[in-house]
Design a protein around this ligand. Structure first.
Ligand SMILES: *Cc1c(COP(=O)(O)O)cnc(C)c1O
Length: 435
């Protein structure tokens, strides 16, 4: 924090910025690769879920660390391609793929997981029309239940994702689907994100494995050669500790579903949050401090635009906040219960309510911790607040800190241009101008 302030990343005119710990990201990628390397000799593609941090230099860093990409929109695919992630290390998963997206993906040879029978009909036509190198799979919903956050639980009985395996007749229909399509060689499941406990995630994978075995037995050969187990490893937002670890999850998987790791199945994983969350920090200036109804309030520049989920659902998405002085040095002093507010114009724009922290003063800096996934990288344009700059940092052995720009801050000109600034008369031209 001190180096960021000293090196001018947070001048008075730029009261909000974001940091990414390059060494930390690399360490998490290595931990993931090693955890699965321990439990299987078969090939494993770790496809980073791009939505967790859609920044090209981050995808390039992960590519360099041996990872691929899981994409769920044409935009995310474009980012993965811009980062140089090759088609054979890219997986397309979105639930609403258009015919054009499917055609492009198959032409490129990108792996596609179909979400539903209608999508399979489209793929049937494409596969019939031209040969493709794309590995093709079907997403199933094991319907094993929800975690603690409903909006992120994808394996409920009525989830919008995949084919619900426990619906009447569905399982037999899925087996037929594979028997009719010899090119359908993958099976995909993703049980949910944040708020899931490991046993629930493992039981989702177990259901997928048992289905793969059933299908392969029914067709009399190893038609399904790859199981895509999705992502979803939860992150501990309460302390510095990284729990559970990739190794914890891998060990429990191996113990519970040994057949999936005996070398017959290649694997795909799609982790997002667990790779990035701990390695990102938002830095924001305290612009003003005040008191209302006896409660001290620090008005900062970090709010709903960078921490959308926390502001709208603080109970599900609490974030730790650390207090620094104007120079970026840790603040000490007695803790005082206070609110930490953002800059947006609605009453709920609070990052923390009633939080004990050293009393914040005008010009101080707050650090919002563990925000490397799904926070500052997924900007929300409320109040036309600009996307902040993102800086990667590395700490050299002598303690000096090197920063590099991952993404420049959005400029006012860009905000105007993206808001139709190039065609201010667009609506006037439509109105009735007759005298
Ligand atoms: C969001 C998502 C992921 C990543 O989830 P994390 O909780 O960030 O690991 C993986 N696969 C699919 C299909 C997803 O929708």
């Amino acid at each position: 924090m001190h180096a960021a302030v000293e090196q001018g990343l947070l001048p008075p005119a730029v009261p909000l910025t974001a940091l990414l710990d390059v060494a930390g990201i690399r360490a998490s990628a290595t931990a993931l690769t090693e955890a699965f390397g321990e439990i299987t000799d078969a090939p494993v593609l770790h496809a980073f879920a791009v939505k967790a941090c859609p920044l090209v230099p981050v995808l390039r860093l992960l590519r360099d660390a041996g990872l691929g990409a899981e994409v769920a929109s044409p935009g995310e695919l474009a980012l993965a391609r811009a980062a140089g992630i090759p088609p054979d290390r890219t997986v397309l998963d979105s639930p609403a793929k258009t015919p054009a997206e499917l055609r492009d993906a198959l032409a490129l040879g990108i792996a596609v997981n179909a979400d539903n029978p209608q999508e399979l009909d489209r793929i049937d036509a494409l596969v019939g029309a031209a040969p493709t190198r794309s590995p093709l799979g079907l997403r199933v919903n094991p319907q094993v239940g929800a975690g603690s956050i409903g909006a992120l639980s994808t394996a409920t009985s009525t989830s919008k994702f995949g084919v619900g395996l426990r619906d009447e007749g569905a399982r037999a229909e899925v087996v037929r689907t594979y028997a009719d399509r010899p090119w359908l060689t993958r099976l995909h499941t993703h049980t949910g994100s944040q708020g899931l406990l490991l046993p629930l995630m493992v039981s989702g994978v177990q259901e997928a494995y048992e289905l793969a075995e059933e299908i392969n037995a029914a067709v009399g050969r190893q038609q399904i050669d790859t199981v895509d187990i999705g992502g979803g490893l939860p992150v501990n937002f309460a302390s510095e500790e990284q729990t559970p670890t990739f190794a914890d999850y891998a060990r429990l998987l191996k113990q519970t579903v040994p057949g999936l790791f005996d070398g017959r199945y290649a694997l795909v994983t799609e982790f997002g949050r667990a790779l990035l969350a701990k390695h990102g920090t938002i830095l924001a200036r305290v612009e003003y401090t005040k008191s209302s109804g006896g409660r001290p309030i620090a008005v900062t520049h970090a709010g709903v635009q960078v921490a959308t989920r926390t502001v709208h659902d603080p109970r599900s998405w609490p974030l730790r906040i650390a207090a620094y002085d104007a120079k970026g040095l840790p603040k000490s002093g007695t803790e005082t219960v206070q609110d930490v507010a953002g800059p947006a114009c609605f009453a709920g724009d609070l990052l923390a309510t009633g939080r004990p922290l050293p009393l914040l003063e005008q010009g101080d800096v707050v650090a919002v911790l563990d925000t490397g996934a799904y926070y500052f990288s997924s900007h929300y344009g409320y109040n036309s607040l600009p996307r902040p700059a993102v800086h990667g940092f590395t700490i050299d052995p002598d303690g000096s800190v090197r920063f590099s720009v991952v993404r420049a801050a959005q400029s006012l000109d860009e905000i105007v241009a993206e808001a139709g600034g190039g065609q201010p008369d667009a609506l006037l031209d439509q109105s009735d101008r007759r005298p």
